[in-house]
Design a protein around this ligand. Structure first.
Ligand SMILES: Cc1cc2nc3c(=O)[nH]c(=O)nc-3n(C[C@H](O)[C@H](O)[C@H](O)COP(=O)(O)O)c2cc1C
Length: 159
């Protein structure tokens, strides 16, 4: 199986997780890892599983990540298997409490990405996943790298 992981990252936390997923999966599969950058065209030739990851910023993925998926016309990626993840603030770090509610209700990048993947015709390989950072610039909460590795592994097992 060939797996493509495309990620965006401002402060490096999402990149850390994407790299951890790549190192987990490349023990058993062929893995390509690509920072989305400003390029909208990453080749999907020969790819069996697409994993996309973005920081949550303003309840959404980064513009670069949204542009990456928008670069593919609706229903053109079927039946590629795909899954989305994000990084997001640990709600416990958000004060005052009513702001926590706003962040939670606002939603997260991986939910948006998952909807975009489905609209492009992808078959979801697993549920979207969110990984916690302890502040805007990180660090990742303890155990999140291991959880990301396990999530990536579960996508392959399910597929
Ligand atoms: C402008 C801005 C908006 C953000 N919006 C949200 C948000 O809506 N929800 C959330 O949980 N975290 C939010 N965050 C925190 C980011 O999710 C956090 O910076 C990101 O996960 C770090 O990942 P990175 O190191 O890969 O950039 C925001 C951060 C910034 C700077």
């Amino acid at each position: 199986m060939t797996i493509l992981i495309v990620y965006d990252s401002v402060f490096g936390n999402t990149a850390t997780l994407a790299k951890a997923m790549a190192s987990e999966l490349e023990t058993t599969h062929s893995v390509r890892l690509a920072a989305v950058g400003t390029a909208t065209n990453v080749s999907l030739d020969g790819v069996d599983l697409l994993i996309v990851g973005s920081p949550t910023r303003g309840f959404r993925p980064t513009p670069n990540m949204q542009n990456f998926l928008d670069g593919y016309a609706d229903a053109t990626l079927g039946p590629l298997a795909a899954a989305a993840f994000d990084t997001r603030l640990d709600l416990e770090t958000i004060h005052p409490a009513p702001l926590r509610w706003v962040v939670e209700v606002g939603g997260y990048a991986s939910d948006v990405l998952q909807r975009m993947l489905a609209a492009k015709g992808c078959v979801l390989a697993g549920e979207a996943a969110g990984f916690l950072v302890g502040g805007t610039e990180g660090p990742l909460r303890d155990g999140e790298v291991e959880r990301a590795r396990a999530w990536a592994r579960s996508l392959v097992k399910a597929g």
